[in-house]
Design a protein around this ligand. Structure first.
Ligand code: HEC
Ligand code: HEC
Length: 284
């Protein structure tokens, strides 16, 4: 009895190495399976987003065509009543050009263009730079509804340039479907907007392919902390902002040295993403 009891630990100990090597093997296999799965999902997501991007360009081009074509019945109204202040190709009348610093006409045009420049009809521009088309369409709608445009001082001089009831119907018939379409497209392409942050995409790439050895406390080859993109970006040993493709981090990934497992090698799309991110750093 005592002898058989003594045998138990002996047997157990003799089993240990086999158990652990088997356990490790299973772990490796399981790990490989999950990384392949991750890679498939990631690839699918990439493909889906690429498709969506192409569709988005097409949809917005179509919207642009519709916006221009449906504007035709409005051209005369806008030319007469709005373009003095909202078309940058229009010359100021002579009296608008004298004493430009204090001349209210000049001032109205400058400020009008800062809010809305319709020189190409659509897409709208402004001298302020990038603008949301949807926001401007909505502004046109509310300016039409509350009659805040054309400016009161302008109407005083040109009473027949106010927006008539007929104008109002025509403008709303043009602007409302465009607003609706914009809102529909914004919903449709929300996944793109959400997925588009390049930092998020790069973080996910590092998470899938590097952090196991270089992040969250792991420092293989003395290199860690990859989860903190901002810190990583400041490490000149790995990141070359002047010459992004010369970054050690990029070269070592492109050559296939990293990740160490050739099955996890970065795809061309992933390399492009990495390069894109490095380029954004060089612009900062
Ligand atoms: C006499 C000059 C003048 C005329 C004519 C004029 N606008 Fe304006 N418009 C302005 C100025 C100045 C601003 C910017 C300041 C403001 O919003 O009051 C502006 C702003 C706007 C904005 C942006 C408002 C916002 O909330 O951002 C819209 C939209 C607009 N105008 C539409 C029109 C339309 C449509 C017409 C023609 C029916 C028109 N405007 C005629 C001077 C003009
Ligand atoms: C399975 C673990 C593993 C994974 C995954 C991995 N690496 Fe490594 N990495 C290492 C090891 C081990 C070294 C040290 C190699 C040596 O010194 O020869 C290293 C070294 C490096 C170095 C050089 C560090 C230095 O200062 O010399 C860089 C840069 C690097 N890896 C980047 C990456 C990137 C980028 C990824 C993901 C795309 C990645 N690694 C994924 C294990 C890994």
């Amino acid at each position: 009895m005592t002898r058989s009891l003594l045998l138990i630990p002996v047997l157990l100990v003799s089993c240990l190495p086999r158990l652990s090597s088997k356990g490790e093997l299973q772990f490796e296999e399981k790990f490989f399976k999950t990384t392949t799965e991750i890679r498939d999902v990631q690839q699918e997501e990439f493909d889906y987003l690429e498709e969506l991007k192409k569709e988005k360009i097409k949809d917005y081009q179509e919207l642009e065509t519709v916006a221009r074509e449906s504007f035709t019945p409005l051209v005369t109204i806008f030319e007469r009543k709005c373009f003095d202040c909202h078309d940058s190709t229009r010359k100021l009348p002579l009296y608008g050009r004298v004493l430009p610093r204090i001349n209210p006409v000049k001032k109205h045009q400058v400020e009008g263009l800062r809010a809305l420049d319709m020189k190409n009809i659509y897409p709208f521009e402004t001298t302020e730079g990038e603008v949301s088309q949807l926001a401007l369409l909505k502004a046109i709608k509310s300016a039409t509804l509350d009659k805040s445009m054309p400016l009161k001082s302008y109407i005083l001089v040109y009473p027949f340039r106010r927006i008539s009831k007929k104008d109002k119907v025509k403008i709303l018939n043009w602007v409302e479907p465009l607003i609706e379409e914009h809102e529909r497209l914004r919903e449709k392409y929300r996944p793109l907007a959400e997925a588009q942050s390049i930092e998020q995409r790069v973080s996910r790439l590092f998470f899938n392919k590097c952090l196991r050895c270089h992040g969250n406390g792991n420092r293989r080859g003395g290199f860690g902390g990859m989860e903190d993109l901002q810190k990583l970006a400041g490490q000149t040993r790995y990141i070359n902002k002047e010459n992004p493709e010369e970054s050690f981090l990029y070269k070592i990934s492109k050559s296939g040295e990293m990740p160490t497992d050739p099955r996890e090698r970065l795809t061309q799309q992933e390399l492009d993403l990495l390069s894109e991110w490095l380029h954004t750093l060089s612009q900062q």
